[in-house]
Design a protein around this ligand. Structure first.
Ligand code: CTP
Ligand code: CA
Length: 233
């Protein structure tokens, strides 16, 4: 299969994708972080590019190599990602928020290393909320027909299943598509494979896929392409 034979169904679309985790600094040498590898977002970027999109990847903290030839912006904290997203969203036809963004950050980043003090317990770390970038994007669309895709990393618990939580999140976030995946105990984060359920804006399942993260990316982009085609009608 040559590149020209691959379906170019995203040709002409500007696609912005966030990937990876964030590091929220505590002091010059320490941070609060998470286990995201960045692989799903990176595979999405590769897949969108193959399908003809003009892709910018906002890479948070990633533990896998970034592919060559991709337009990449580097970000470390949630606020860095917010800045880059706000910068690029006005020109984007599609924004995909695959990054695992810290919900909270330390209230203060200390200028000097936190030191142990003999005979004293450590000070508690005070946290504050980070902005919800996805909800913000969906609440004030930058251009008509802009397609916004979110992810939801969920675990089932006594209050509901993975899908129950996903549906509630879809309604809360108001994204056009929400990709729900079950995480924890060897699922999702850092694994080559993923099982996801894709929900529409109403929280209804429109697809389910299992496969490596590139295959899952193409399944997600099939739905993005469908929405983009509807917009053109
Ligand atoms: N997200 C975001 N800004 C944040 C936190 C999350 O834009 N401060 C985005 C993520 O990139 C993802 C989606 O929101 O696309 C859902 O993230 P998730 O952590 O599953 O949901 P939260 O709304 O943070 O809810 P919770 O973690 O409490 O389940
Ligand atoms: Ca969260």
């Amino acid at each position: 299969l040559s590149v020209s034979q691959i379906n170019q169904d995203l040709a002409g679309l500007k696609v912005v994708i966030t990937a990876g985790g964030t590091h929220e600094p505590l002091d010059p040498v320490r941070f609060l972080g998470n286990n995201s590898s960045g692989l799903q977002g990176i595979k999405l970027a590769e897949a969108a590019k193959v399908r003809g999109a003009d892709v910018t990847l906002i890479a948070g903290v990633v533990t896998v190599p970034l592919p060559h030839g991709l337009d990449v912006r580097h970000a470390t904290t949630a606020l860095d990602i917010e800045r880059d997203v706000n910068d690029l969203a006005p020109g984007a036809d599609v924004v995909i928020m695959a990054a695992a963004i810290a919900d909270f950050r330390p209230v203060k980043r200390l200028d000097a290393k936190i030191k142990k003090v003999q005979g004293q317990e450590p000070e508690p770390i005070r946290l504050t909320k980070n902005p919800d970038i996805l909800a913000g994007l969906a609440a004030n669309r930058q251009r008509p027909g802009q397609i916004i895709v979110g992810f939801a990393a969920e675990t089932g618990d006594e209050t509901g299943t993975v899908l129950d939580h996903g549906r509630a999140k879809a309604l809360r976030k108001k994204a056009d598509l929400l990709v729900v995946n079950e995480v924890g105990d060897g699922l999702g984060f850092g694994t080559p494979h993923n099982t996801v359920t894709i929900l529409d804006a109403a929280g209804e399942p429109v697809g389910e896929t299992t496969g490596d993260k590139l295959a899952v990316s193409h399944a997600i982009l099939d739905h993005v392409a469908k929405l983009a085609a509807d917009n053109r009608k």
